[in-house]
Design a protein around this ligand. Structure first.
Ligand SMILES: Nc1ncnc2c1ncn2[C@@H]1O[C@H](COP(=O)(O)OP(=O)(O)OP(=O)(O)O)[C@@H](O)[C@H]1O
Length: 244
């Protein structure tokens, strides 16, 4: 479970986040939507513990990310906008390395590696050095790494950005499986269709403030819209955040 409670973050004169609150529950997928510069990445960076909020709290499975960052991180799988892959290592090497950081060892670690390699569809590349990997192959490695320790919470920054149809489908299927295992999944996206098809809840941010948090049917009802794209335009007052 993710509980974001009243967080604020200022960069000099810019209020990037202002009293942002929302909850992402176990066994659900939540989309964080918003136009460029709305504060999505800032919010996710605070969730990962990479950035401290000026005010407010974030709890991952009841653990405050500012007070106990290591304990919070153990419950968290993340896919950031930078995958940080070591070019000379293979996906299996990456997974072994990160698994050990999570305290996984031996046969249990090897089983987990093969599980996630299969889950994200990396079988063909798992033994090849990452140098030269395509965008889709890179994100699959990052996703496999995030899923390896079977985290209670999965947070992803635009996980399907720049992917082809097959890779997008593989990523979405992996997120649906994580949800069915009971994980709380939070992803930022600009793709309305992704939010509508995949997500149980949407949180719409604009200019650092939450404009809406709830289910897509509730968003449609509140705005009197027939589609999510129109509803998004209604709540943020412009169409600038919708993927072209
Ligand atoms: N380290 C920083 N220093 C100064 N300003 C920052 C910093 N990080 C983010 N900002 C500003 O905070 C605001 C929110 O940025 P953020 O990256 O969170 O938006 P976003 O919703 O993720 O946008 P996008 O959809 O373009 O990725 C922007 O105006 C951005 O320029």
């Amino acid at each position: 479970m993710i509980v974001v409670n009243n967080i604020g973050k200022r960069f000099k004169s810019l209020q990037a986040l202002d009293a942002v609150s929302f909850t992402a529950r176990p066994g659900t997928i939540t989309a964080l939507l918003g136009p460029n510069g709305a504060g999505k990445s800032t919010c996710l960076r605070i969730l990962y513990g990479l950035l401290a909020p000026d005010s407010g709290t974030v709890a991952i499975d009841g653990i405050d990310v500012t007070r106990a960052p290591l304990a919070a991180r153990r419950r968290l799988g993340i896919v950031t906008d930078e995958f940080g892959l070591y070019e000379r290592l293979t996906p299996r090497d990456h997974l072994r390395y990160f698994g050990r950081l999570h305290g996984m060892r031996g046969a249990m670690l090897e089983r987990a590696i093969e599980r996630v390699v299969q889950e994200v569809g990396l079988e063909a590349e798992a033994g090849r050095a990452c140098k030269g990997f395509s965008a889709g192959q890179r994100i699959k490695v990052a996703l496999a790494r995030a899923l390896l320790h079977d985290p209670a919470v999965l947070v992803l920054d635009e996980p399907t950005r720049g992917l082809d149809v097959m890779s997008t489908r593989a990523v979405r299927e992996a997120l649906v499986r994580a949800r069915s295992r009971g994980a709380a999944v939070l992803l930022s996206t600009h793709v309305m269709q992704e939010a509508a098809q995949l997500c149980d809840q949407v949180v719409v941010l604009a200019a650092g403030r939450v404009r809406f948090a709830g289910t897509t049917p509730a968003l449609l009802a509140q705005t009197g819209s027939s589609g999510l794209e129109q509803a998004f335009v209604e709540v943020i007052g412009s169409d600038e955040g919708i993927a072209a």
